[in-house]
Every structure is written in structure tokens, then in C-alpha cells.
Design a protein around this ligand. Structure first.
Ligand code: CTP
Length: 478
């Protein structure tokens, strides 16, 4: 096996390597291993500094997020609760958070670096004076890179070191050099937690802006002892980390009432048969979820679909167009109404009370009558018309022209036109290509969007709605 001395490389290559290693949170040695592996696997890897700069880890500071949505440095302290830190790694990773572990000497009496590495899929760090990572000031890198440092369990000793600025091992050196928020999950015997020195240290750390989760009250590892000092559960710690990493999003539609229709309708022929269409409801459900995420108070009125109700959305299940209209009218007043349902245009005039039977005289005559047009009914209301009414136009030809005509005929404010020809796979599929037609007085603006997932279309549509709410200050529902 050949060996390679990194210090003997060209300055430019060495600098680029260090930078790439720092950005991907690996030691330079590990980074070289990754590059060699990529090269062996035939990826266009790096032999020059220029090539190195074009590799994923160097392309842009945010490229690391291609791997996980955020990165946590998890410092595992030396206490019996350290075994729970292994579960915490899992909980963080299932939230798309990359985890890099640091174990104190004491922690290694309870869990092994191998277990932490295996679960985090990353190298685990234990020593301040590790030649592999320290020649490029590894502890500073560990302290500065990433988005959050979590200490679990945070022992009385580690907290005392932090409060006094001691840095005599890798964990305390990282904490002293930290350039990102720190979350502590204290765990200790109740006597230690209640000790005056610990109380002083906790107060100091809180004044310094350190965030704490727990400890909780409960049984201790020591037989027969109970009290305040149990480490918070891994799930609680992961949720606290998530809150710090992803502060609540702005809610531009907070306080707005929204109504959304979705799915097909079923128009009964007899007790066992009905007229239906291929709508899956996915687009309307995605819009309801996006509207809820934007803070709106959402009522979703859906025809029969095979989808779970979106979390946080009041969902009313209906069968026919007439049921849907009844529930729509009962939901008014609202600020914004979006009609994404593929409502059946016709129903049978006389629904069979019993199952229609085959007869010798041929097929039963099915006389059709037109269903109420829910969108047009609501758009043309004199009283209680929502300030913003949005329809959909499902077309198989002359998409924009038909959508323009529909916008005028239905009397809504915006229309989302989509091509539902079988070749597009829109009906029942996961993607959609839409055009948003917006009426401005006598003019209609057409905004054509690229092919997107139905969730992306929903997010984009709700972003437009939020903008309209802010800029046009839609009136309150009457
Ligand atoms: N719509 C409605 N009630 C109906 C029919 C349609 O609320 N009875 C709404 C749909 O939810 C959609 C818009 O009207 O927002 C257009 O629906 P679409 O099926 O594209 O058009 P139709 O009105 O059925 O007209 P056509 O069949 O001629 O295309």
C-alpha cells in the first residue's frame, strides 16, 4: 500500500484539500480517502486544485446541505445516560440532520467511538491532540462548522468546565471555541443537580445564551434514587435541536380563512354504481397542506379519494357535487377559496333506488342533468363572495384560450390552467405543468410555470396568494 504525505503536496492543492475537508466536516486524511474512492469509482475526481474546487464539497458553502438539511456536532459526556445519545443520533438523522460525534474520555466508559461512528456514518472524534485532525486546528473546525452543538448527556463536570471557560480536552475546547448555538441536555444525580455550585453554573450558562432541555424528574440509575436529573428523552432533545435549527417559518396567511375543494365527485346511478372521473385529489390536498403551512385556517372539502387528511386541516368528505356545494356554502365566509375539485358536470336525473337490473328490453336509459357549477355559484354571489376566488381549468386542448374563456364565464379572479390529456399523466400523477391566469380589470396576465411536483405547484400558488394578500390587502370576508 502506498502512503501519501499531505504536507508535501503543492500549496494550492493542499489549501484546496483543507478547505474541502473543512466544508465537508472531515479530516484532510478522510477527505483524501473520499477523493480516491470517487476516482476509483470513475467520478471526475480531483488531481488539480482547479478540479478540487469544482468538487461537490467546494462548489458552494451550502452544498453540504445536499447531504442533510443541517449538521449537528454531538458531544457525548461521561454519564450513564450516554447510551441514550446513540438513540439521539438516530433521531437526529431521521430528521435529515447530519451528526458528527465527539466523545469525552469518560463517555468512552459507557459507549464506544465505533458505535457512535456506525450510527452517525461519520468519523467520531475523541482527542484534542489527534495528529490526524489537529494539524489543521480540528477542534476549531469542529467548533465552527455545522449549525448546532448538542451536548448529551451534559454532565455536571462538563457544565462546570463550560461555565469557567476551561478547555483541557477536545469537548471543552470545542465548546469554548463554539461559533454556533449550543444545546445542553443535562443529566446527573439529583444531589449534583441541586448543588449550589451546579446551580451557579447553570445560571452562568443560561446568561451566556446556552439553551437547555431538561433535566427531567424520574428514577436514577442509582438503585432507589429518584428526583430531578434524568436526561431528557432523545426524542425531546431531537425536537429541541430541530426547533433551534429550523425556527418557525413566517406564516403570511395567519388569520386568513381558506376553503379548498379537491378530488372527483361520485354521482350515483343506483346504490352500487356511480359516474366518476380520474382525479386523485393530490393537487387540492397539496394546496391545503401548503395553505396550512402558511398559517391559514383551512377547510378542505373533498370528494372520494385515497389520501390521508392533511395534518392540521379541517377535512370534510363528500360524495356528490350537490353535497360539495352544500358544504362549500356552509363554510362561507372565507377570505380565499380555491376550487381544485374535478366536479362531475352531470348526474343521472333519476337515481335508481335499487340496483338497476339487466332486462330483455336492453340497456336502461340514463338521462343526465347538469350539476350545479360550484365555482360559478360562489364567484357570482352578490353577498359573501370570498375576496379571492381561484378556479382550475382542466383542458385537453387549446389550454390557454379555453382557460381565458373559463375565467370569464365562471367569474373567478384567477384560474390555474392545466393540460389533463392522458399523455401528460397529470390526472392521478404526481407532477403538473400549469399556467396561472390572473384577471386585472379587463386584462388577463398569463404566468407559465415549468413542470413541477404537485407539492411545488401548491407552494408556488400559495406564495402568489400570500403576496396578493399582502400587496392587495384583500378585504375581510363579509
Ligand atoms: N367546477 C365546479 N363545479 C362544477 C364544475 C367545475 O366548481 N360543476 C370548477 C372546478 O373545480 C374548476 C373549474 O370549475 O375549478 C373548472 O372545471 P373544469 O372541469 O375545468 O371545467 P368545467 O366547468 O367542467 O367545464 P368544461 O367541462 O366545459 O371544461
Amino acid at each position: 500500500m502506498a502512503s501519501l504525505t499531505i504536507r508535501k503536496l503543492d500549496d494550492a492543492i493542499r489549501d484546496a484539500l483543507r478547505l474541502r475537508a473543512a466544508r465537508s466536516g472531515r479530516s484532510v486524511e478522510d477527505e483524501v480517502r473520499v477523493i480516491l474512492r470517487e476516482a476509483a469509482e470513475g467520478s471526475p475526481s480531483a488531481v488539480s486544485a482547479t478540479a478540487l474546487r469544482t468538487l461537490p464539497g467546494l462548489a458552494a458553502p451550502s452544498s453540504r446541505r445536499d447531504v442533510g438539511l443541517a449538521r449537528v456536532t454531538l458531544i457525548i459526556g461521561g454519564g450513564i445516560a450516554a447510551y441514550k445519545a446513540l438513540d439521539l443520533i438516530r433521531r437526529l438523522k431521521e430528521r435529515q440532520i447530519d451528526v458528527r460525534c465527539v466523545l469525552t474520555k469518560a463517555a468512552q466508559h459507557f459507549v464506544t467511538p465505533l458505535a457512535a461512528s456506525a450510527l452517525s456514518h461519520e468519523r467520531c472524534y475523541t482527542d484534542l491532540f489527534d495528529p490526524g485532525s489537529e494539524f489543521d486546528a480540528g477542534h476549531i473546525r469542529l467548533a465552527r462548522n455545522g449549525d448546532l452543538i448538542v451536548v448529551a448527556p451534559a454532565t455536571a463536570d462538563l457544565m462546570a468546565k463550560m461555565a469557567h471557560g476551561t478547555a483541557d480536552d477536545l469537548a471543552s475546547a470545542i465548546l469554548l471555541a463554539a461559533g454556533v448555538p449550543i444545546l445542553l441536555a443535562p443529566a446527573m444525580n439529583p444531589l449534583m443537580w441541586n448543588n449550589a455550585a451546579t446551580k451557579r453554573n447553570v445560571a452562568t450558562l443560561q446568561r451566556d445564551g446556552i439553551v437547555m432541555i431538561g433535566p427531567n424528574a424520574g428514577e436514577m440509575a442509582e438503585a432507589g434514587e429518584a428526583g430531578m436529573g434524568r436526561m431528557a428523552e432523545p426524542l425531546e432533545i431531537a425536537q429541541a435541536a430541530e426547533r433551534l435549527l429550523r425556527p418557525p417559518r413566517p406564516e403570511p396567511l395567519a388569520g386568513k380563512r381558506m376553503l379548498i375543494t379537491a378530488g372527483p365527485t361520485h354521482e350515483p346511478i343506483d346504490p352500487v354504481r356511480y359516474i366518476a372521473n380520474r382525479s386523485s385529489g393530490k393537487q387540492g390536498f397539496a394546496i391545503a397542506a401548503a395553505a396550512h403551512a402558511a398559517g391559514a385556517d383551512v377547510t378542505l372539502i373533498s370528494g372520494p379519494v385515497e389520501l390521508g387528511d392533511p395534518a392540521g386541516v379541517r377535512t370534510i368528505h363528500v360524495e356528490s357535487a350537490r353535497d360539495m356545494l352544500r358544504h362549500v356554502e356552509a363554510t362561507l365566509p372565507v377570505d380565499i377559496a380555491i376550487f381544485a375539485a374535478a366536479v362531475a358536470d352531470w348526474r343521472v336525473a333519476h337515481e335508481g333506488e335499487q340496483k338497476l337490473k339487466k332486462t330483455a328490453t336492453g340497456m336502461p336509459p340514463l338521462q343526465l342533468v347538469e350539476n350545479p357549477d360550484i365555482l360559478a355559484t360562489i364567484s357570482h354571489r352578490k353577498e359573501g363572495r370570498p375576496p379571492l376566488v381561484i378556479g382550475f381549468a382542466a383542458e385537453t386542448e387549446h389550454l390557454i384560450d379555453n382557460a381565458r374563456t373559463k375565467l370569464a364565464r365562471k367569474g373567478c379572479d384567477w384560474i390555474v390552467a392545466n393540460d389533463v390529456s392522458p399523455s401528460t399523466g397529470v390526472m392521478g400523477g404526481d407532477r403538473n405543468t400549469v399556467h396561472l391566469l390572473i384577471r386585472h380589470g379587463g386584462n388577463i396576465d398569463v404566468d407559465s410555470w415549468p413542470v413541477m411536483t404537485k407539492e411545488e405547484v401548491a407552494t408556488e400558488l400559495i406564495a402568489h396568494v400570500a403576496k396578493a394578500v399582502v400587496t392587495e390587502a384583500l378585504g375581510q370576508p363579509s
